[in-house]
Design a protein around this ligand. Sequence first.
Ligand SMILES: Cc1ncc(COP(=O)(O)O)c(C=O)c1O
Length: 380
Amino acid sequence: MPSHPRPFATHRADLDALAADNRRRALIPRAGVDFASNDYLGLAGSDVLREALAAGIARGLPAGSGGSRLLRGNHEEHEAVETHAARHYGHEAALFFSTGFAANAALFATLPQRGDLIVYDRLIHASAHDGMKLGRAERAAAAHNDPQSFDDTIAAWRTAGGTGTPWIAVESLYSMDGDRAPLADLAAVADRHDAILVVDEAHATGVYGTAGAGLAHGLARRDNLITLHTCGKALGAEGALLCGPQIARDFIVNRGRPFIFSTAPSPLMAWLVRQALEIVATQPERQAHLQSLVRYAETRLAALGLPASGTQILPVVIGDNARTMRIAGALQDAGFDVRGIRPPTVAQGTARLRIAITLNVGERDIDAMADTLAAAMAAA
Ligand SMILES: Cc1ncc(COP(=O)(O)O)c(C=O)c1O
């Protein structure tokens, strides 16, 4: 009898190898002062958003959509949030998804065609990678935040006979580094090469731009721009709004498998997202308050000799996986929810603490966290 591996033997070995490298993940209960969430404007648990949800229920909106948008699932609230978002973000059209991951999967799997080239920033999100893998276009990595690298990659592809459309895929604010993309320069590269620029605004939506419309808002109203606005971070809800030309929306509705073969988001969530967009737009003091807290945190971290990213995401790169998790553990034990981020989420040798500043904390929390961080780094 040939011997076969016992069920899940390879899975067990894989997890054991992760544990040996201090990279095994586990779900832990939410605890401590929030320096870990993407709830940048403190909306997720706010009364204002909970009341908006209650108002949606009182209006009789259904909890579930009951089907795909192309079947019975399409609800007027989906179309209402899309019309609202298109106007808000300065695009011709928008399409609402249950998550940003699904939106990126649909976008990158569907819009770039065989014979096209997607040039993506090396640090782009996993969901963009997975979408690209599902699609038919060629793909190439460009150096992080380096417009020249995008330009050179497209030029080399053209010289080698590439005849399709180039796509440039970036984030406007990188989730693990907190740095911003040079969007105007990237748009110029896109124009020079008749390329389409795709900007994932997950961490900028609500936090930057007029009425929280994001960092790419200044580039809006171009026919070669697509932006993605996730709704589970600063907007405090969930879902994602893909914004761009009408033709892109129509194409995904016809050809986008993650859109077509999936139950439509809850109409209540579509309603809630529309209210969240309105709250962010009419309460600019939330954005201003967050920026002042970020400046405060930067000063405190600078006193520890730590560099600032200039945004609400403040990475503290430690390097070693085990040391990173020891420092994160010490902060958690002291009541601060600071998480360690290890490879493969970030590059080998760059394990870090990802400190996120949100309106769920105040200056005194930042003081206390910074003091604990200094002690934990000295001890670890
Ligand atoms: C840059 C980026 N894009 C897309 C996503 C996915 O969005 P969602 O959490 O709504 O699936 C995330 C976050 O998880 C993200 O950080």
